[in-house]
Write a protein that binds this ligand. Structure first.
Ligand SMILES: Nc1ncnc2c1ncn2[C@@H]1O[C@H](COP(=O)(O)OP(=O)(O)OP(=O)(O)O)[C@@H](O)[C@H]1O
Length: 723
């Protein structure tokens, strides 16, 4: 490793996320300048830096010093100080003021800015406010530099400095030294591993209680991101002990003390003890309590004979409801909480329309919602009423959910409605359900509609399934399929798959299977179908076809398919602007998906659009016919390429044609409810591509991985008279 010392002359490039920069420096004892790169925030112009790393040859930029670490000393010479201050690094100081300051205070300038800012007023033109501004801005730089130095000195990348400073300001060094695990909890982008590296270098012992707790938190959060609300104690202890490299007994003790502090909670189920993080314990308990309360506190609507009202609607709508459907419409009038489930084409939407008609006839206010923007839009279209996302209904505050939404609607300011109907409830996790139920006014009837056989929510819990499993919440499960036979081979096959039977796949029908012998071949067939075969049949591969995949990585995973489909459907051309962002280079014309709800832009998770323009600052995306939205560089992570999307991401959306690869490499994802969810996204045509063996595995595998949650037990356990 070589060392290089010099004075920074110019900053050539600094990435927005502070993870990479290029600068030029005048190397000590040498003539001329050198270019250097570092995976960190850039130093300041005028700073004395010492780099260690190696010389490399960049194909475009030539000889560069690639630094793996950078340490900074404040400029010491008067000339260096003036250069540093002139660079605009300190607010309130430009070249003229810098010159006057150095002329007056010489080598002491920085010392005076830092420790005696009142003296800055000796310079004509600097008043009290400006002096204070200069002091504060310089102080910030000094602190940031100190944090960076501390991190580098402890073997952790200085790139985290800005984020730590943003969160803890002047307390940063204190937090890093005294309570480093707070970094993992409170600084975005810092996980347990980084916080642990910082803590260990600050000599925090391996069995320090704060370390054990942080390790438990981390293990529990990775468990909940796999969809669980709780986890068997044994499993938690085993995993945390392995992560922390400490004996199991130490972790057991930490669990016991966390339970005493109410940081963790425990429940017993048979011989098993299940451990919850506090947030999910509260969520599960509140959801259970509120559901039972709603059941008990249902308002009695002014209707003598509901069947007359239903008859009337059947006549106007020229429809004969099946018994289950009738029971469900009546359920909306009768119960404070009611669940309607059923597969595709079983008439859930028809029942919802019936419910709305009957409830409105009684002059009741009905609110409609769904967990995603796409699902809300479809609900609005099929009922002819306004429908909102649950987040919007609850008036989520904050730009996107990641900001840790707070909701304006809650128990203190509940929603205003007599009845609330939510669709696609299989996609709601326990936390969203908790927030929703908190905002339901007393006496209001809540109707939850969804297909319980779909994949559960991405977040923790399996709310819909658990409510049904409890057996204590009134519900109807529709099983009869009403869709016309000819248009419903997709629906028929969806039901077959759901019962564990192989689907009928016939060439030339709306449900085809293309046999391939390798993942490479499958991905070639998919590209050929989109770029050639379907296009020749007049199907627009960009707008009408959605390629889905069970996985992200691997040959037939979402990432590879996106690259290959982009190459085939929207190739590189001179004059077609591009923007690299992470692993994908976006191009004008690309099909993209919004992957977070963004209330300011009015675009929601799952919305698909096309890039219409790329400038050095902005990427413009058109969603639908009306909405055009600009994305700044820092917002690009809200987008993902959408030539192919994961089955999970497709939940709640429908497409004319879906193509799904099923190859043995997808092994763990070959599950019945995943295949079922994918197939039920298609309105007109399904093409499965892969091996029959993989299809069979998916159909037969109904061992959907168990989700640890005790919502059903909680609901069912409460003594009958309290329900
Ligand atoms: N009782 C009935 N008699 C005749 N046709 C019906 C009946 N119920 C529903 N249908 C028809 O069956 C089709 C499917 O119904 P609907 O759209 O309500 O089902 P769904 O469960 O919401 O389906 P999906 O989940 O696929 O949207 C529609 O064309 C609807 O008009």
């Amino acid at each position: 490793m070589e060392k290089l010392t010099g004075t920074v002359e110019t900053i050539v490039f600094a990435s927005d996320d502070g993870r990479f920069s290029v600068f030029r420096l005048r190397v000590d004892g040498q003539r001329g300048m050198a270019a250097a790169t570092v995976n960190a925030e850039p130093p300041l112009v005028g700073q004395q830096v010492t780099l260690s790393g190696e010389w490399v040859r960049h194909p475009r930029f030539g000889e560069q010093f690639k630094a793996v670490s950078l340490t900074v000393a404040a400029p010491t010479s008067a000339e260096g100080i003036e250069k540093f201050l002139s660079s605009g690094a300190v607010e309130g100081v430009g070249p003229a003021v810098a010159h006057r300051l150095v002329e007056k205070f010489g080598q002491d300038t920085l010392d005076i800015i830092e420790n005696a800012p009142h003296r800055l007023r000796e310079i004509p033109g600097i008043g009290e406010k400006t002096a204070e501004k200069i002091h504060r801005s310089y102080q910030e730089k000094v602190e940031l530099k100190d944090i960076m130095l501390w991190l580098e000195a402890h073997g952790v990348s200085g790139a985290y400095a800005a984020r730590i400073y943003q969160q803890f300001g002047s307390f940063s060094l204190g937090v890093m030294q005294e309570d480093p695990y707070r970094l993992a909890q409170e600084v975005q982008g810092i996980g347990f591993t980084t916080a642990d590296a910082i803590a260990r270098s600050a000599d925090v012992p391996a069995d320090d209680p704060s370390r054990l707790l942080a390790g438990l938190d981390y293990t529990l959060s990775s468990v909940s991101s796999a969809g669980h609300c709780c986890v068997p104690a044994e499993f938690l202890i085993e995993r945390a002990a392995r992560l922390l490299e400490v004996p199991r007994e130490a972790v057991s003790d930490a669990v016991r003390s966390a339970l005493r502090m109410c940081r963790l909670y425990a429940e017993r189920l048979g011989s098993e003890t299940l451990i919850y993080p506090q947030q999910l314990y509260m969520a599960e308990k509140e959801v259970s309590d509120t559901l039972l309360y709603l059941k008990k506190a249902a308002a009695v609507f002014p209707v003598e004979d509901s069947s007359l009202l239903i008859d009337e609607w059947e006549t106007t709508d020229r429809l004969d409801l099946a018994d289950g459907q009738r029971e469900a419409v009546a359920g909306a009038l009768q119960y404070g909480i009611f669940v309607l489930t059923g597969g595709p084409g079983t008439g859930k939407t028809t029942v919802v329309r019936g419910m709305i008609a009957v409830l409105e006839k009684l002059g009741l206010t009905v609110l409609l919602g769904a967990p995603t923007g796409r699902a809300a839009k479809r609900l609005a279209e099929s009922t002819g009423r306004r429908a909102m996302t649950v987040h919007r209904m609850l008036e989520a505050q904050g730009v996107s959910e990641d900001d840790g939404s707070m909701f304006a609607k809650d128990e203190d300011e509940p929603l205003e409605a007599d009845v609330i109907i939510l669709d696609e409830v299989s996609m709601m996790d326990i936390l969203l359900m908790q927030h929703f139920l908190a905002a339901v006014p007393s006496g209001c009837h809540v109707i939850l509609v969804g297909d319980v056989d779909q994949l559960p929510a991405v977040g923790p819990g399996a709310v819909l399934r658990e409510i049904l499993r409890s057996g204590v919440i009134p519900s109807v499960r529709l099983t009869e399929v009403f869709r016309q036979a000819e248009e419903s081979i997709i629906v028929r096959n969806a039901h077959a798959i759901n019962r564990g039977r192989m689907p009928e796949c016939e060439p030339g029908t709306a449900f085809e299977f293309r046999e391939t012998h390798s993942a490479e071949e499958a991905s070639e067939v998919i590209v050929q179908l989109c770029a050639d075969e379907l296009a020749r049949e007049g199907i627009d591969p960009m707008r009408d076809v959605q390629v889905l995949s069970p996985m992200h990585r691997q040959e037939c995973g979402v990432d590879v398919l996106n690259k290959r489909l982009q190459e085939a459907l929207n190739p590189k051309r001179p004059g077609r602007d591009e923007r690299p962002a992470g692993w994908f280079t976006y191009r004008v014309g690309d099909k993209v998906m919004q992957i977070k709800n963004n209330y300011q832009k009015n675009v929601f998770n799952g919305d698909v659009g096309f890039i219409t323009e790329i400038t050095p600052e902005l990427v413009t995306v058109r969603f639908g016919d009306e909405l055009e939205t600009d994305y700044e560089k820092s917002e690009m992570q809200e987008l993902a390429p959408a030539y192919a999307v994961s089955v999970h991401k497709s939940q709640g959306s429908e497409y004319p044609v879906i193509i799904l690869p099923l190859v043995p490499g997808h092994h763990i994802m070959l599950q019945r409810n995943l295949l079922y969810t994918a197939v039920t996204r298609a309105k007109e045509r399904v093409v499965l591509v892969g091996s029959r063996a993989a299809l069979r595995t998916a159909v037969e595998n109904d061992r959907t991985r168990r989700r640890y949650t005790l919502l059903a037990e909680r609901l069912a356990q409460v003594p009958e008279d309290a329900k």
